[in-house]
Design a protein. Structure first.
Length: 255
């Protein structure tokens, strides 16, 4: 929905998006009708929540816990009420391995907009799941026949399958001089403090799904940092203080 091509273009798109969310809120206030967005990026969710600001009830769901791309309901809704379908893709062991980029590319080459597709989870080299807007599931089932020139089999994920998709993480340890946001960004992705501040001011960093422009913001245990182009990270346990006075934390990256 919101892209970032130029500053002026981005501001216009965000203004339009805010108006769209305000329209859904008014619809709910006037008629009590619960509305659902398409799948939102973290930025779009952040903008949406800033518009809501306690004006009405809402729910957020992406088909699984800790989803990166989520739908927003204006008016409270249960997870099962969201118009989300989960599809499973598989191919033969002789086929090219499935990966996120090729799956998304194949879907978008069919003319499908990005906001129709939620998270894509690669289970192994020959099996993957992805979430989509329910009214597009039939079209995808009929038309997605190959990925990266290899034939694929696609079906609706069965209720008996493990759709919780236990999140996998890679772990690392970082050293920071203070618990400031810019210190964590710098240490996690290996850039200078100055570069980290620049990224924060350029709206490339999110803290717990909200855009964060303050490099001085203190980070706490279980905070989730999203750094555009690098991924999502959970600040886990404080481990120790080094002899040089730096604090060492365990960091888990969503994989």
């Amino acid at each position: 929905m919101i892209s970032k091509n130029t500053n002026s273009g981005f501001e216009k798109e965000e203004q339009y998006f805010r108006s769209f969310i305000k329209g859904l809120i008014k619809r709910y206030e006037d008629r009590g009708i619960i509305s659902y967005t398409q799948f939102l990026s973290e930025r779009e969710l952040s903008v949406s929540l800033s518009v809501i600001k306690g004006k009405c009830d809402f729910s957020v769901w992406g088909g699984r816990n800790n989803a990166l791309r989520t739908m927003l309901s204006i008016g409270a809704a249960s997870n099962k009420d969201f118009p989300i379908s989960c599809l499973k893709i598989s191919n033969s062991e002789k086929s090219d391995p499935l990966n996120h980029r090729h799956i998304l590319g194949s879907l978008m080459s069919m003319g499908i907009e990005r906001d129709v597709i939620g998270d894509i989870i690669v289970e192994n080299e020959h099996s993957a799941y992805f979430f989509c807007v329910s009214n597009m599931a039939g079209f995808i089932l009929e038309n997605l026949t190959q990925i990266s020139r290899s034939p694929v089999f696609i079906k609706v994920a069965e209720a008996t399958e493990n759709l919780n998709f236990e999140q996998r993480f890679s772990e690392t340890v970082v050293s920071v001089s203070s618990a400031r946001l810019d210190c964590f960004v710098s240490s996690i992705i290996g850039v200078s403090r100055g570069k980290a501040k620049e990224m924060i001011s350029s709206e490339l960093v999110y803290l717990n799904s909200f855009q964060q422009k303050n490099p001085d913001k203190n980070i706490e245990k279980n905070d989730i940092l999203s750094i555009r182009g690098y991924g999502r990270f959970i600040v886990d346990d404080f481990l120790r203080q080094s002899r040089k006075g730096k604090m060492q934390y365990k960091i888990r990256k969503f994989v």
